[in-house]
Design a protein around this ligand. Structure first.
Ligand code: SAM
Length: 275
């Protein structure tokens, strides 16, 4: 079997040697592919971009879920937009009092992940998850609930994901958040020109809406440049670690811990300047 190749820029590409092309389907929203690889195990790509791999998904899902949960341990009601592979929800459900509304646009992504990626998708069987299939921008426009945490675990700003990078989307998320609430989104990468432009665009939209608007970082081998960012925004809750270290130790996480939480906000100069 040959290679899966993803273009990070017009001049840089990542190629992963493939054992098997397990599944492929064009849905109403995007192309879904599942591959088995030597280095990263099984992985899903949407429209030709790696979304998650068995080998490194823990980094992204631990950082997107546990950081806010330990910035505000009182979080109970969570909204996840996107997240069709289930990894983010899996991590959130480790906290016994959390209940999750999840809004995913493409039902086929959930079905395919349930079948081919149970590592992350098993989370959907939990009764504390309310899974809905809709466009996230429409959901937040109509919703009248208050959330303690909103996580936007979306694809990149293209295709169906584009609407999750619009001002009106962010404004409605801000409206739905409690005063101590936290907004987290996948925030692209500071390294290559186009992802740095996206990073800057996202930050410029969030900053006017939230008194606290910053970014934190993690290192994800299969995402463009490997240096990946998350947005953190809140009306009142600063991103300090306030969690229960014993509870956290009981999760036996592979990436996130109190020191990583604090260090994730220590941004290199070129990233700060890029904002
Ligand atoms: N962790 C991956 C990453 O950072 O690239 C993304 C996780 S998940 C696979 C992204 C999900 O966002 C997909 O399942 C996609 O269908 C969903 N999505 C894209 N646009 C959406 C929208 N407007 N509303 C809700 N879900 C959306």
């Amino acid at each position: 079997m040959g290679w899966f190749t993803e273009y990070w820029t017009d001049y840089v590409k990542l190629s992963v040697r493939i054992k098997k092309h397990v599944f492929s389907k064009e849905t109403k929203y995007q192309k879904i592919d599942i591959y088995d690889s030597y280095e990263f195990g099984r992985f899903m790509a949407l429209d030709g971009y790696i979304m998650l791999t068995e080998r490194d998904e823990f980094i992204y899902h631990e950082m997107i879920a546990h950081l806010p949960m330990n910035a505000n341990p009182a979080i109970r009601k969570v909204l996840v937009i996107g997240g069709g592979d289930g990894g983010t929800v899996r991590e959130l459900l480790r906290y016994p009092d959390v209940v999750v509304d999840m809004v995913e646009i493409d039902e086929e992504v959930v079905r395919v992940c349930r079948e081919y990626l149970p590592l992350t998708a098993h989370a959907f069987d939990n009764p504390r998850v309310h899974l809905m299939f809709a466009d996230g921008i429409e959901y937040v426009e109509k919703a009248e609930k208050t959330y303690d945490l909103i996580i936007v675990d979306s694809t990149d700003p293209s295709g169906p994901g584009l609407s999750l990078y619009k001002n009106e989307f962010y404004k409605n998320c801000q409206r739905l958040l409690s005063d101590e609430g936290i907004f987290i989104n996948q925030h692209e990468s500071p390294y290559f020109d186009d992802t740095r432009a996206s990073m800057r665009d996202i930050h410029r939209k969030l900053k006017p809406l939230f008194p606290i608007a910053t970014i934190y970082q993690a290192f994800i081998p299969t995402y463009p440049s490997g240096h990946w960012l998350f947005g953190y925004a809140s009306k009142k809750t600063h991103p300090e670690f306030r969690g229960d270290e014993k509870l956290l130790a009981s999760f036996k996480l592979k990436y996130y811990n109190k020191e990583v939480h604090q260090a994730a906000f220590a941004l290199p100069n070129y990233v700060r300047e890029g904002l």
